[in-house]
Design a protein around this ligand. Structure first.
Ligand code: LLP
Length: 425
């Protein structure tokens, strides 16, 4: 099948498979992941940061195939729950290459991490220190980092900014909480503090906040060296690397990030007489996001006084991002030719909320009609991982394409799946 409009990433056929064929075979809504694109993105990171450890942030999207791809491409993993951790390790991911995060780790998170032998645990609050030390037990050993808050505002939306002092993550440097927690960790013989971590936020498109973070954290490392003789070997700058959701939008320049961070780090360490710590980064969105496409079928087209509403068979249950962060997407008509002029329409979902908007001001051919297929590019990160079963609509399946072949990775959530959890009366 041909498409009329500009190609989605990888073309109207992704991984050599026409998208319309995937919609027909697996039904809609459906996510399509381009395996080659995921792997290419992993390699781009390895090439841009040859001396750094690159951890894929599993929260963006995780399934067993993704675990395999990331493992084969030589990345580590950042997880933030026992669920993500267990999925990775039971799929064969080496636990020592995994870092556990979380501002409120449950007893099960910690128990799983210790039982499976996770590489590092990132301490996020003072109360976690004693809990973790007790769980590790006397004579035990666990590598830890401390998540510090450098007091830097960055990120694409208020809800995903985590570098400023007054939010729930990490321990502030300016307020002295980070220093206090570090001193307590140094008193715990079973906890080995390998370095400091920060995550500034998400969808950051400028290199500058990362450089500012390097300066602040190296400044803290220098003070810790003076006070405790402490030499920290690792600096984890988190993720947050911004991507373009629509043509023409800015993305973070990875090559520039790599070059400037390296220079800033060696300059700052040189000036403080510290050895340069090993850099760790944790991209999630920039690896999975552009490799995914979501496909929907149009169910109705309605004209009101000022708008045309194109309603599809998915919505905020499979993509809450427009409602949460006001993100804008650029859906494309696929599967048929249209000579009609482009019109500005609002693509909405099927859920019982007026805010269930998938794409405001989308440009689609004016003759868009029920039965048409729409492809929403850049749907690989924080779509399925944040999907819900709102209105008891099951979550969509995930397919992967490679070398002209499409295969099912995650099956559609059925009504039986949903009903089977409902055990009371
Ligand atoms: N490291 C840590 C500690 C994080 O908390 C996150 C994201 C990442 C790495 C990866 O960030 P990324 O490179 O993917 O931006 N649901 C939001 C994003 C929330 C991100 C939470 N933490 C969204 O849909 O935009």
């Amino acid at each position: 099948p041909a498409t009329t409009t500009e190609p989605v990433p990888g073309g109207p056929a992704v991984g050599g498979v026409p998208l319309a064929e995937i919609a027909d075979r697996f039904g809609t809504p459906v996510y399509v992941l381009d395996e080659a694109e995921v792997r290419d993105r992993c390699r781009t990171y390895r090439d841009a940061f040859p001396d750094a450890e690159v951890l894929y942030a599993a929260k963006a999207f995780l399934c067993r195939a993704m675990v395999h791809w990331v493992e084969e491409e030589g990345l580590g993993l950042d997880v933030c729950s026992a669920g993500e951790l267990e999925l990775a390790v039971t799929t064969g991911f080496p636990p020592e290459r995994i870092t556990l995060h979380g501002n409120a780790k449950t007893p099960r998170d910690l128990e799983t991490a210790l039982r499976l032998g996770v590489g590092r645990i990132v301490i996020d609050s003072p109360s976690e220190i004693a809990r973790l030390a007790a769980a590790v037990g006397p004579g035990g050993h666990q590598k830890v980092m401390v998540r510090v808050v450098p007091g830097i505002s960055a990120g694409g939306h208020e809800k995903i900014r985590t570098g400023t002092d007054d939010q729930k993550f990490g321990l502030s440097i300016a307020d002295g909480y980070a220093q206090h927690a570090i001193a307590r960790i140094l008193d715990q013989p079973q906890l080995e503090l390998t370095g400091l971590h920060c995550h500034l936020g998400s969808q950051i498109t400028s290199v500058k906040p990362y450089l500012a973070a390097v300066r602040r954290i190296v400044g803290l490392m220098a003070r810790l060296h003076e006070q405790h003789g402490l030499v920290l070997r690792e600096l984890d700058l988190g993720g947050g690397h911004g991507i373009a959701y629509r043509p023409g939008e800015a993305a973070l320049d990875l090559t520039s990030l790599a070059r400037k961070v390296r220079t800033e780090l060696s300059d700052a360490c040189g000036a403080s007489g510290l050895p340069v710590p090993r850099l760790i980064i944790e991209p999630g969105r920039a690896i999975a996001g552009p490799a995914g496409v979501a496909l929907y079928r149009v169910l109705s087209v309605k004209h009101t006084g000022s708008h045309t509403y194109v309603a599809v068979d998915g919505g905020m249950s499979d993509n809450p991002r427009p409602a949460l962060y006001g993100v804008r997407y650029a859906p494309r008509l696929i599967g048929r030719h249209s000579a009609a002029a482009p019109a500005s329409v609002t693509v909405v979902g099927r859920h019982c909320e007026a805010g269930d908007i998938l794409a405001a001001d989308a440009e689609l051919p004016a003759d868009v009609r029920p039965g048409d297929l729409l492809a929403v590019p850049v749907a690989g990160a924080y779509h399925l991982s944040m999907a819900s079963a709102y209105n008891l609509v099951g979550r969509p399946p995930v397919t992967a394409v490679r070398d002209g072949i499409a295969r099912l990775l995650v099956r559609r959530e059925s009504l039986e799946d949903i009903r089977s959890r409902d055990v009371g009366l």
